[in-house]
Ligand binder design. Structure first.
Ligand code: ATP
Ligand code: MG
Length: 334
């Protein structure tokens, strides 16, 4: 909803490590593009509540109120009792689908051209259910939980998203030959949901077959259980030039949180070396999600033109510019 100034308030979680630096790039570029967004910055440093670490209530209420958030990387504190904050956020807001577009960047040469895919990862269950036990000393069990309900929700979202962006083919990625029941249920649910979208081509492919050929990542929307999505989306990021370039959106029933795929990069934090493109493209996805398409297009074009020109590339892309110089180059195009 618009606030009294006629702008949209969006929650901003700047995050750890390189988070504050790349967040500054987003703020500067949004200001230059005169985007009707007002940021509400919240801190998600974990607090102890009833003996468990959790995120502060103010952060939760801010996202619940604004419905949309942009998020920098969060480091998971190492040590007993800490759970991944990213997982906590996904569970708190029931962010059931993780959308990861992956497109080759014009002008930035990699080993494979024309990668153009959207990968949708089930975000709540599967191998990430967190149900593990020691049966006896030396024998452990980890449970991969698959439900028809969560599968149908993410599959239906995948088809609806394909419809919304004019994508003609949806492919379910699975390993139902081995995990006959769990992946079998995901696959049979996919076939059922596909019937409701007769104008979209449906196909299914084995996970291992998807790793053999980069041509499989052209003009297609892929949807898959949690762990497969984790691995294949990092591989896709590698195909187009690395973690500095890939955005994502976590979509829920009510709230959505947009974030870069990469982590907090502690090795380069505070050095003005980080590539802000992944968080910037996540913020572009956020604008598209909010229906602010002209602002999204304008910012996206400025980013892609700066990358294609190649004069202000950051170190991860083989350039010698700092994060600030790259950001300034994008601002000057706006
Ligand atoms: P975390 O524990 O938060 O996941 P990590 O150590 O796994 O952090 P990542 O952030 O996933 O690290 O990054 C892996 C490598 O990629 C690091 O060497 C990092 O410097 C680099 N990297 C990640 N993001 C960026 C970026 N935006 N710009 C430049 N380099 C990056
Ligand atoms: Mg990492």
């Amino acid at each position: 909803n618009k606030n009294q100034n006629g702008n949209y308030t969006v929650t901003f979680i700047e995050g750890d490590g390189i988070g504050p630096e790349i967040s500054k790039s987003v703020k500067d570029i949004f200001a230059a593009a005169k985007t009707p967004i007002e940021w509400e910055s919240v801190d998600v440093t974990p607090i102890l509540k009833d003996g468990k670490t959790t995120i502060p209530d103010e952060a939760i209420s801010s996202v619940k109120k604004n419905l949309v958030a942009l998020k920098g990387p969060l480091a998971t504190p190492i040590g007993k009792g800490h759970v991944s904050l990213n997982l906590t956020l996904r569970r708190t807001f029931n962010l059931f689908a993780n959308v990861r577009p992956c497109r080759s960047i014009a002008g930035y040469k990699t080993a494979y051209d024309d990668v153009d895919t959207i990968l949708i990862r089930e975000n709540t269950e599967g191998e990430y259910s967190g149900i593990e036990h020691e049966v006896v000393e030396g024998v452990v069990q980890s449970i991969k939980l698959i439900t028809r309900e969560a599968s149908e929700r993410v599959l239906r979202f995948a088809f609806q998203h394909a419809e919304a962006i004019g994508q003609k083919e949806v492919r379910a990625v699975h390993k139902a030959t081995i995990m006959k029941m769990s992946d079998g249920l995901f696959l049979s649910t996919a076939k059922e949901v596909a019937k409701d979208f007769p104008h979209i081509r449906f196909s299914a492919e084995l996970l291992d077959n998807m790793t053999t050929n980069p041509n499989l990542y052209r003009d297609i929307l892929l949807v898959m259980p949690n762990l497969y999505g984790d691995i294949l989306s990092d591989m896709c990021a590698g195909l187009i030039g690395g973690l500095g370039l890939t955005p994502s959106g976590n979509i829920g029933d009510e709230c959505s949180i947009f974030e870069a795929v990469h982590g907090s990069a502690p090795d380069i934090a505070g050095m003005d070396l980080a590539n802000p493109t992944a968080l910037l493209l996540s913020s572009v996805m956020m604008l598209q999600h909010m229906g602010l398409n002209s602002h999204a297009d304008k910012i996206q074009k400025a980013i892609f033109d700066t990358l294609a020109e190649g004069r202000a590339l950051t170190k991860d892309l083989g350039g010698s510019s700092t994060r600030s110089q790259f950001t300034q180059a994008v601002v000057s195009r706006l």
